[in-house]
Design a protein around this ligand. Structure first.
Ligand SMILES: Cc1ncc(COP(=O)(O)O)c(C=O)c1O
Length: 385
């Protein structure tokens, strides 16, 4: 048997790599784990009850209809239509096994090997990994200091093989939310170049504002250009039940269903049932979680304002802080010292950028309210280290 270089030349998941350091720890101090962006809290009681019920129902373990449980498509189309003051049809929604799968099937439906997709840097690492695995070349569009993108730079990356431009807002790893006007500029740019704008909105409900995240669904022909990707993993704290969604035109969804049929058949029924309950009955709980995480953001920013250990916070929001270290060693070494000597687990920025520019991602949302000061003290221990 021969293993393919397509997978061999990629690193394993950066999360798994960071966790591998835990085996080398000999500290007895409690670890502060700011590595993963998965909710560290349980799902809403009403969702947990529904999951238990579905497990006992006669059809609880059956495949779900591939285009999605009608109740989910309806509940989510209602939510998006309400939030964006527009009309999204249930047929423009396709549940997937998480937002990662949503990205994979969308880009596979839009590209052929050798094609190119522009991805905003810093990128969400699985986007970069998947494109490379699928034989697609990622072209990197660097964000400016404020987190926006220059359309001139983007235009410089367009070739006849470009099929899409992809942005994540709020961003992972930066937490930066792109303003609706920036998203509109990107939409018009994509439309002019006859490519897709893929917008990953995994953290949409963790924004500080309740205003619509964008106005793009108001364009009558939005679905000829825009594809939005969603995750219920964080929003409803059910990452293990694997549900996300694609929101797109029916023609694209029809093609994606062929891909989904091969790899997944349909998104898990039990997860979809959990989402239906979450969307219809866990509204207050969702707001409480988002509020709590936003309060954590204020604590995190207050701690980072003192630049503990020389770490400078460049951007933060919705789960993440994106900070620069000032050590003259590779970032992997800094992350190793953080975990082995200072009991803080974080992800090196090299997971999200093509080169080592001294970045580190901290998932502050994993900290409890009483852990922020301790986190700051531990970073300060790095001074002079
Ligand atoms: C930007 C982004 N997209 C997608 C995902 C994957 O989410 P899911 O669990 O729905 O596959 C994540 C998870 O961290 C993410 O940060």
């Amino acid at each position: 048997m021969r293993l393919t270089n397509r997978t061999k030349r990629l690193v394993a998941s950066p999360i798994a790599e960071a966790h591998a350091w835990l085996a080398h720890r000999d500290s007895t101090r409690q670890l502060l784990d700011l590595s993963q962006a998965a909710p560290s809290y349980p799902t809403a009681p009403v969702i947990a009850r529904r999951i238990a019920e579905v497990a006992k129902e006669a059809d609880g373990g059956r495949y779900a209809p591939p285009p999605g449980l009608p109740a989910l498509n309806e509940a989510f189309s209602n939510e998006l239509s309400r939030d964006h003051d527009c009309s999204i049809s249930p047929t423009q929604i396709l549940p997937t096994a998480g937002c990662n799968q949503a990205f994979c099937v969308v880009t596979s439906a839009l590209t052929e090997p050798g094609d190119e997709v522009i991805i905003a840097v810093p990128y969400y690492f699985n986007h970069d990994m998947w494109l490379k695995l699928d034989g697609v070349t990622p072209r990197y569009l660097e964000a400016d200091e404020g987190g926006s993108f220059s359309l001139d730079k983007a235009a410089g990356l367009i070739s006849e093989r470009t099929r899409a431009i992809c942005v994540v807002s709020p961003g992972n790893p930066t937490g930066h939310t792109l303003p609706p006007d920036d998203l509109e500029d990107l939409f018009l740019f994509a439309r002019d170049h006859e490519i897709a704008l893929i917008l990953d909105e995994t953290y949409r409900n963790f924004r500080a504002s309740n205003d619509p995240s964008h106005q793009l669904y108001r364009y009558e022909d939005w679905d000829q250009t825009l594809v939005t990707l969603h995750s219920f993993s964080k929003d409803l704290a059910i990452p293990g039940y694997r549900v996300g969604a694609v929101v797109a035109g029916e023609q694209l969804i029809y093609e994606i269903l062929k891909l989904l049929d091969c790899v997944q058949i349909s998104a898990p029924r039990i997860g979809q049932e959990a989402v239906v309950t979450g969307l219809n009955e866990a509204g207050d709980w969702r707001i409480e979680q988002a509020d709590r995480i936003n309060q954590g953001l204020n604590q995190f920013r207050a701690v980072m304002a003192t630049e503990p250990g020389g770490f400078q916070l460049a951007s933060s929001g919705a789960f993440f802080g994106w900070a620069r270290h000032n050590f003259d060693v590779p970032t992997a070494e800094v992350v190793k010292r953080l975990v082995l000597d200072h009991d803080v687990l974080a992800i090196p920025g090299t997971a999200f950028t093509p080169s080592d520019d001294r970045w580190i991602r901290f998932s502050y949302a994993n900290l409890q309210a009483d852990q922020f000061d301790e986190f700051g003290s531990r970073l300060s221990e790095m001074n002079g280290a």
